[in-house]
Design a protein around this ligand. Structure first.
Ligand code: PLZ
Length: 446
């Protein structure tokens, strides 16, 4: 990596936390911002670059969250900022459905190059991950003439009506906000750490789900199977090897559209361009967002040309989909990822993580599992002596880290997983320092 940082790459908390300016903003916020949108940290951002976020009181936090896996190239990436500024100075919007522009086409070409498979591919752009998922399901239904959609336990696919139905966890995502859409079926996931039979293989876990799909729905009724190749919000669950390939293979036999939701796992995050690449799985459709555009809101549905083209002209779109400023950010972010080999950087981060936390797992009974790929890494906490989730310890560890200037996120169906999603441009020193803080917090609470 050859990166010039604009801000000093160091962690420092000065005095009171949160500071007076953040407190004043929290008061203003409480009066006018909906209570339903919650924030992990009580501090307000003023600047960010590389591996740090600086708040309005001058505290500097090491960022191990990347705004939930978005700022893979850094939140203050100058290439992205320059491309965005240049495009904004020309035109901010025309609407691709009214007056199209080159950037959209160029990004679709890039996506076709980077995604797995040698078949003809096409792409349609949107704004958010949920919007991409919604549209992938629409495309699959129209292309197959079927209605059933299969999602998995612990899945997260968004908060809009269709996607909250696909999302597994009731609270806080959907309780009381239904009804959710019909024709969604939920199947058992491969979650190696929590299998009743710990020796079940990925293939066997897939056969378990397949049997359930055959019995509950019938393969010929299913339009799409949607799955996160590594589950995100649900707990950074890496399915056992062989699970994804077998599900994809069965989908093919049954004429079902296999959709990989790579909104969180895509674009170098797991040490490859896409998480499916680790097992050579070639999805029919993929949903992409987050890391794709260096923080600009942009998402995509990409995949087999015949599926994308099954939809009649005018059947897909949206005012802002593929906004030219966001597209400029994406083109710059993708170039940066390739030029700096950020997938390779993610693999280095993975190595440093396991070197540090595997021994800790051996030592501490409350650290149930250490898992993940690339820079999509997790620690699952349990009550010592078993596998009962320990959400309380997890919360305390995250709070301790934050108070010391390390911003980390939690996740998991049981709220007992600390997840690490550092920007891939974070330096070794800052990362090692953050690991020190995290290790101390773990030792204090498990
Ligand atoms: N699919 C796999 O991870 C978003 C959600 C945070 P949007 N994950 C972060 C929250 O609490 O809202 C996500 C994802 C996967 C789809 C989505 C949805 O993407 O851009 O948030 O709509």
């Amino acid at each position: 990596m050859d990166i010039q940082y604009r801000l000093e790459q160091k962690r420092s908390i000065n005095g009171a936390f949160p500071g007076p300016k953040s407190q004043a903003l929290a008061e203003r916020r409480a009066r006018v911002v909906a209570a339903g949108v919650a924030s992990t940290a009580p501090v307000y951002a003023a600047d960010a670059d590389g591996g740090v976020i600086v708040d309005v009181d001058g505290n500097s936090f090491t960022d191990l969250g990347s705004g939930i896996a978005v700022t893979t190239v850094g939140a203050g990436n100058q290439e992205v900022a320059g491309a965005v500024a240049a495009q904004a100075a020309r035109f901010t919007h025309t609407c691709f459905m009214v007056t199209p522009y080159e950037g959209y086409v160029e990004l679709a070409e890039k996506i076709a190059e980077l995604t797995p498979g040698t078949h003809a591919k096409k792409t349609v752009l949107f704004n958010s991950g949920a919007e991409a998922v919604e549209n992938a399901v629409k495309i699959a239904r129209l292309a197959t003439g079927r209605t059933a959609v299969v999602a998995f336990d612990h899945a997260y696919h968004g908060r809009t009506n269709l996607t909250m139905g696909l999302t597994a966890k009731a609270a806080p995502y959907k309780r009381g906000m239904g009804p959710t859409a019909p024709e969604i079926y939920r199947m058992p996931m491969s979650y190696p750490y929590r299998e009743e039979n710990p020796s079940i293989s990925g293939k066997e876990a897939a056969e378990r789900a397949i049997l359930s799909m055959e019995k509950q729905i019938g393969g010929d009724q299913i339009a799409a199977i949607i799955i996160e190749p590594i589950q995100g919000e649900g707990g950074f669950i890496v399915p056992a090897a062989g699970f994804l390939p077998r599900i994809a293979e069965w989908a093919k036999e049954q004429g079902i559209v296999f959709i990989a939701d790579e909104v969180q796992s895509g674009f170098c995050r797991t040490g490859a361009w896409f998480a499916v690449d680790h097992e050579g799985v070639v999805p029919d459709l993929m949903t992409l967002a987050k890391g794709i555009a260096g923080g600009m809101p942009l998402s995509a549905v990409t995949g087999r040309a015949e599926l994308l083209d099954a939809v009649h002209p005018g059947g897909l779109g949206g005012t802002y989909g593929g906004n030219p400023v966001a597209v400029a950010g994406a083109l710059a972010a993708i170039d940066f990822m390739a030029a700096q080999d950020l997938a390779g950087r993610a693999r280095e981060i993975e190595e440093a993580f396991y070197a540090r936390f595997r021994p800790l797992q051996e030592e501490l009974a409350g650290l149930g599992e250490v898992r993940g790929r690339g820079a999509m890494l997790a620690l699952e906490f349990v009550k010592a002596g078993g596998t009962e989730p320990d959400a309380d310890a997890t919360r305390k560890i995250a709070a301790d880290c934050l108070a010391q200037g390390v911003l980390i996120l939690t996740c998991g169906t049981y709220g007992n997983v600390v997840r690490l999603l550092p920007p891939l441009v974070i330096g070794d020193e800052l990362l090692a320092d953050a690991f020190d803080v995290l290790e101390q917090a773990i030792r204090a609470h498990v």
